[in-house]
Design a protein around this ligand. Sequence first.
Ligand SMILES: Nc1ncnc2c1ncn2[C@@H]1O[C@H](COP(=O)(O)OP(=O)(O)OP(=O)(O)O)[C@@H](O)[C@H]1O
Ligand SMILES: [Mg+2]
Length: 496
Amino acid sequence: MKTDSNIEFNEVINARKAFTQLEGSGDKYREFYKTELEKKNNALPPSKPFAQVEEILQKESRDIMVCLRTRPLFEHEVEAGNLKALSVRNPFTYAHKLEVRFNGMPKISSLPYEVDYAFGPEHDNKIIYDTIISSLIPLVLQGGIATTFTYGQTGSGKTYTLTGIQELVARDLINRINSPENLVKETGQSKFRVFLSFFEILGSQTFDLFNEREPLKILEDTFGVIQVSGAKEVEITSVEQFLELLKVAASYRKTENTFKNETSSRSHAICRIRTQNTLLQQLEDGKFFLVDLAGSERHDDSKFHGSDRLKETKAINKSLMTLKECIRARCLLETHQQYIHVPYRTSKLTLLLKDAFELATSRQCRTVVIANVSPSNTDIEHSLNTLRYTAPIRVTPQSTKPEPNPNNPATWTHEKMVQWIKSSSKFVDPKVLCPAETGLQLCRLPEGEFIARCLKCPGVTEKGAKIFYLRLWKLVIDARTKRRNETIAKNKKNFT
Ligand SMILES: Nc1ncnc2c1ncn2[C@@H]1O[C@H](COP(=O)(O)OP(=O)(O)OP(=O)(O)O)[C@@H](O)[C@H]1O
Ligand SMILES: [Mg+2]
């Protein structure tokens, strides 16, 4: 007997078949798809020029940037007759998917995905670096924490993007620390020291890529500081040495042959750069994490491989989901002053990046997520998965401002901030430390800049400036913790 669900099931099977046929060159829907794609492309609005990163971050008081990079179609894909199913019009990326209606008629569904920056096949690594990464270097030198992730399906260009960025960071950072304003007059040496380490995380295991894959342990010490015990850290003195070490690390990385990529990276690779300001002893070391994530290979793809690969894929997907939750929760905290649990202890990767997610941190953090996608129609399901993963990470600010909280400086007006500075320090001049900033803007000042401003006031020592910085941040952290405890208590009450 034919039931409704039976009919529906058969229709879906037919639609699937039609979709699979598309991959053959003689497919009956191919011409339709091609013509419709051309029409859609012509009707789309042009790309907007790339906005200034700082403008967006300041205006929306956000710390997280979400970008999409669509790679070019490869020659072998063009030869195989693959079509370009993605259109990039910054800040949108449109995914055009062929669907077959139940009556057998094909249609194209086009969905726009908005991010902060949408890069297309014509944009090279240098443009990406100049637009979104170069502004992270001053933050790191001021004691902040920068993190860059490349996410996406296997073969979508994560390693290509991150390797390019790493090389550009190496050149830019070393040139900057050796620029005349950063040299110590007496010695002619830079006031900054730069250290590099490189790890790989495979499930719950960590390996040192600078020390022939020696196993490492990521641990949280009694002070809550994350230690990578036994990791080799090398001091960098030249661009050439930096580039050479990146090559060494890449050669030790675990790669495997997958359907899409002969040298697919099956691990998360983390390049950690630490910068030390030798003139300001009180300033925390800056950190830059460049993370090349393992491919988000789907279960269907891995089922053709052994059970080990399946386990590996499960572990990768779990850590990618934890990462997404952590980034989003941290973003909501910044933009909505709203407490949400940040589950960074759930995976080794997020534990290592604790500083970027921690509620009780006084460090300035910036995170850039670059999602990589393939434009090929044969990869459309994977690309949609990536777009769906990435889109929710970008939390836009709420339209109404968070209510002013007398205990939380991040919600104070400029006037209230000035009043607090006056009443809290005999030496710090509010006109120098906070000439026009609101509480939120002052709290978003990197530690190095905060201390440098305080040191301009007569009578302020470096230690005194640091204590003053921590005093302000203690208020912010106490207010966040109080809010968290209230939320937990409220949730408990609702539950019982
Ligand atoms: N934007 C691009 N321009 C030119 N070639 C690219 C681009 N992106 C990727 N490629 C090429 O595509 C191939 C696959 O890229 P890559 O190794 O970066 O993929 P991946 O996302 O790291 O995959 P996996 O998850 O399997 O490690 C490489 O040969 C790379 O050189
Ligand atoms: Mg890779």
